[in-house]
Design a binder for this molecule. Structure first.
Ligand code: FES
Length: 106
């Protein structure tokens, strides 16, 4: 388990937050008080998804969106359902929470 400097309280409800751990980029999404964490690497060409800091969701905040070419991903499982990497998935990261601190299983 790798400790991060991200607290569960740093992630807004229906929002997202980017962070780094061990020099790698990740992002977290909170939906209905549930947290999902993915590697910040689009399966299309392996670059970071966001153009604006901490903005990983579409305008309705119901899907993860890659700012580069508009791919849309399901928040709960990272599956790409539209765009150039349709059928592929974001890499989901398992994690633990202790006293609001987030530890990644990497
Ligand atoms: S890099 Fe994400 S859709 Fe192209």
């Amino acid at each position: 388990m790798q400790v991060t400097d991200l607290l569960t309280t740093d992630i807004p409800e229906n929002g997202s937050k980017g962070f780094e751990c061990n020099g790698e980029k990740y992002f977290a999404v909170k939906k209905q008080n549930q947290i999902y964490i993915y590697k910040n690497s689009c399966p299309h060409i392996g670059i970071a998804l966001e153009w604006v800091e901490d903005q990983f969701l579409d305008s309705s905040c119901t899907m993860i969106q890659c700012a580069n070419h508009g791919a849309l991903f399901v928040i709960e499982n990272g599956a790409c359902v539209a765009g150039p990497c349709s059928g592929q998935k974001l890499k989901a990261i398992r994690f633990n929470v202790e006293n609001d601190a987030i530890y990644l299983a990497i």
